[in-house]
Design a binder for this molecule. Structure first.
Ligand code: GLN
Length: 484
């Protein structure tokens, strides 16, 4: 049962092969038996899941099923869930039971999906290794002493370990694509504004975007069908029609032009990584696509720009966590300043504090123009590179990461080494474009991801390209060697 995709489970439920209660129970059993190896869940909502499953079975019996009725999934613990702990991986919110559902969560509930619980993540989504969670590190199912990537490491590890067929995730600078690549699964970050951010705890509001982690592109399309769309509660959500993302999966890709940015195929990229990615691109050529070298000349500015903008926005967003209205509060505050200082000092971890300090500095009166404003100006140049590139090509491809999953502990003492992990993913968030990572090979028994970058609102094309690749290759079906 656990090897089935979302599409297969949906078909089986429709055919009456088993009930939603049965499939839900089998996943809950599997989580209970195996998740101590991975630590991918923060909260398992077994009782609620079984109640949702029973309701889904009743809906189906009454003839009211949608494609999602009774299908199990889980949410990254950054999405508010009514009545359920929503911790964002932080001690600060370790007592926060959300009083409402995020729009994304409500959409899945309304579609009849069953939520198995809340998935582990880097604290407030800041990180690339899932080692900064208050709830402990997540382990990569391919090799347990390696990181699963971050910040959506719980989502990626749980899908790779077959503890859940699909999960929500978020991506501010690579947090869907990098863990998807490290865990050998499929992840898509849609265009900025495509998925509502309402009830998704904010890290850097101009970059954050919700998306999916699944095993196949087809399953990502099914999830996006539920998630995408205008939300009047999110002022940056786009008023644009949502296509049926499953409709074009089987279209031919013959005649498409793939751009390969020379700045993403650098000499210091290991030859093994290069080879896996080049092999994948050769598969696309066999399917009728042509390849063209392009240049994104401002690529080298993406990391410095991101690490001014993201901390600036995070320092503003996280100011609401003050120990007064919700979240952690220190014992016996002497006065209001003491309350703020100690509640925040105790509630936030090291990386979050580092970002708040950098951001507060960059936004301060004397430095705003020199740092934040300048970073926004360079951000426009980075975006313009992509706008120019998409005049020549239909899609851009690159490795998702410079290397496969690194060892736990390898980069924790060196924040800059950790920041460089996102070198191929961050520019896409700065530009607001959609991008996907699909498994395309292995190096040293660890998965390698291929990144597909699309033009604005071209998610359907990315899913089509992912699906076509997954029809002629089996990287997405490989499982970690000792997975039971
Ligand atoms: N690794 C990046 C960071 O630490 C991106 C995180 C994300 O996409 N949420 O900020």
């Amino acid at each position: 049962m656990h090897n089935k995709t979302i599409a297969q489970i949906a078909r089986d439920l429709a055919a009456g092969e088993y009930s939603s209660v049965e499939v839900t129970q089998s996943y809950l059993d599997r989580i209970q038996q195996l998740d101590h190896n991975y630590n991918s869940f923060i909260t398992v909502t077994a009782e609620q899941a079984l109640a949702q499953a029973a309701a889904a079975d009743a809906m189906r019996a009454a003839g009211n099923a949608t494609p999602w009725t009774g299908v199990p999934m889980a949410h990254k613990d950054i999405f508010c869930t009514n009545g359920v702990l929503t911790s964002c991986g932080s001690r600060m919110l370790s007592n926060f039971v959300a009083p409402y559902d995020a729009t994304v969560v409500a959409n899945f509930n309304n579609a009849g999906a069953v939520s198995l619980g809340k998935l582990n993540m880097d604290e407030f989504a800041m990180g690339s290794s899932n080692e900064s969670s208050f709830y402990g590190a997540v382990h990569n199912p391919w090799q347990l002493d390696h990181v699963p990537g971050g910040s959506s490491g719980g989502s990626a590890a749980a899908v790779a370990a077959r503890l859940v067929p699909g999960a929500t995730a978020t991506d501010t600078g690579g947090s869907i694509r990098q863990p998807a690549a490290f865990c050998g699964v499929t992840g898509i970050k849609p265009t900025y504004g495509r998925v509502s951010r309402w009830g998704m705890i904010a890290f850097a509001s101009s970059l954050d975007q919700g998306g999916t982690i699944t095993r196949t592109a087809e399953d990502s399309a099914m999830m996006l069908n539920v998630m995408a769309g205008f939300d009047p509660k999110d002022s940056t959500s786009m008023q644009q029609d949502v296509p049926d993302y499953t409709a074009n999966l089987n279209d031919s890709i013959a005649g498409l032009t793939i751009g390969l940015p020379k700045e993403y195929f650098r000499d210091d990229l290991s030859s093994n990584m290069q080879q896996q990615v080049r092999n994948a691109i050769a598969e696309y050529e066999k399917l009728g696509a042509t390849v063209k070298e392009i240049s994104l000349p401002n690529t080298h500015l993406a990391i410095p720009v991101y690490y001014v903008i993201a901390p600036s926005e995070c320092s503003a967003n996280l100011s609401r966590m003050d120990g007064v209205r919700f979240g952690h509060r220190c014992d016996d505050p002497q006065d209001v300043n003491d309350l703020f200082k100690r509640s925040r000092g105790e509630g936030f971890g090291e990386e979050v504090k580092r970002r708040i300090m950098v951001g507060t500095y960059a936004l301060s009166a004397g430095f705003y123009d020199a740092y934040y404003k300048k970073a926004q100006q360079v951000r426009r140049l980075i975006k313009n590179d992509f706008v120019e590139a998409f005049k020549q090509v239909d899609v851009i491809m690159s490795p998702t990461t410079p290397s496969p999953a690194f060892k736990a502990g390898e980069k924790t003492s060196d924040p800059v080494a950790m920041y460089l992990e996102d070198i191929f993913t961050i520019a896409i968030n700065l530009a607001g474009l959609p991008a996907m990572s699909i498994p395309c090979g292995q190096v040293d028994n660890l998965p390698v991801g291929l990144q597909l970058i699309g033009n604005y609102f071209d998610e359907s094309r990315l899913l089509n390209l992912g699906h076509q690749f997954q029809q002629v290759t089996d990287w997405h079906q490989q499982t970690p060697a000792d997975l039971v």
